[in-house]
Design a protein around this ligand. Structure first.
Ligand SMILES: [Zn+2]
Length: 290
């Protein structure tokens, strides 16, 4: 028993460390994709002195702590954003492993959801930094989600999103259609909001980047979880926006990080979220039938 507990702890630590290593690559994506620089070349270097960063100075989180957040050569301050992304990716991987039945399923299944997490993290941090959601990332997600649902149909069946298509016998086609429906519902809800916002406020209240991001979320999570994400995100946004508006007087608050966080929470509580939607569907059907 004790043996297996230790084993379990080591696996969990390993998943966290793997997350920080992937997070280190996500940092490269966050900084280079908006500038349209290749992700592979050139090697990472200091933004001030241009000195290449050696492998031992590139160990996630650890190197930042050892170097006390400064460049080894010119003492230039390194952004705290780097270790933050690494730690967040580590925690996201660990949470998915801990609270999501990742370990009971195939390697491919894990890869689909971990990739989804990575897309969310890159979108969120680019949005925080530049107030845009890069098309390179959202289009990748919009293509990957339906493809993944064809290759690994179980992942949308899991959220119960595929039942709409139960009339068709083939599970792959169910799941593929469910992913497309998710894109439509997710993207559509935000698009509708943007339209209403434009009419009411007479200015662009929401960017088209958010529409595409919600499309990605719907494609991976299905229509049920897109609805719960859509309703959860503004609450998370308010928690953050109220103090910011009071103290900073900053008007522009990116919405991508809140959509992403809401989607991640809905993914962790997949059963609860799809249950909530099922209840509403039941109520609707009750009134429809009576
Ligand atoms: Zn330097």
């Amino acid at each position: 028993m004790e043996q297996s507990n230790l084993e379990n702890a080591i696996i969990q630590l390993w998943i966290f460390v793997l997350g920080t290593v992937i997070g280190s690559f996500l940092n490269v994506c966050i900084y280079r994709i908006p500038e349209r620089v290749s992700l592979l070349r050139p090697r990472s270097s200091c933004v001030r002195c241009n000195e290449a960063i050696a492998w031992y100075d590139n160990i996630p989180v650890v190197s930042f702590l050892i170097l006390k957040g400064r460049c080894r050569y010119c003492n230039h301050k390194i952004s705290i954003g780097y270790p933050v992304v690494e730690v967040i990716t580590g925690i996201a991987f660990w949470l998915l492993f801990r609270y999501f039945p990742l370990r009971d399923t195939s390697f491919l299944f894990c890869c689909i959801y971990l990739t989804f997490c990575c897309l969310l993290i890159v979108c969120s941090f680019v949005d925080l930094k530049l107030h845009i959601i890069p098309n390179e990332v959202s289009y990748t997600g919009l293509v990957l989600a339906p493809l993944a649902s064809l290759v690994y149909p179980d992942f949308l069946v899991l959220s119960g999103s595929a039942w709409v298509f139960n009339v068709i016998g083939n599970q792959r086609i169910h799941s593929f259609l469910a992913s497309l429906l998710g894109i439509l519902v997710g993207g559509g809800l935000i698009y509708l909001c943007a339209l209403i916002g434009k009419v009411v406020l007479k200015k662009d209240a929401m960017g088209f980047g958010d529409v595409k991001l919600m499309g990605v979320i719907g494609g991976f999570l299905g229509w049920k979880l897109s609805i719960t994400t859509f309703f959860l995100a503004p609450f998370l946004g308010l928690l953050f926006a109220i103090p910011k508006l009071i103290f900073n007087k900053e008007r522009m608050i990116p919405y991508g990080p809140f959509l992403s966080l809401a989607a991640f929470i809905c993914l962790l509580y997949i059963d609860v979220c799809s249950g909530i939607i099922d209840n509403y569907v039941d109520i609707f059907l009750y009134f429809f039938n009576h």
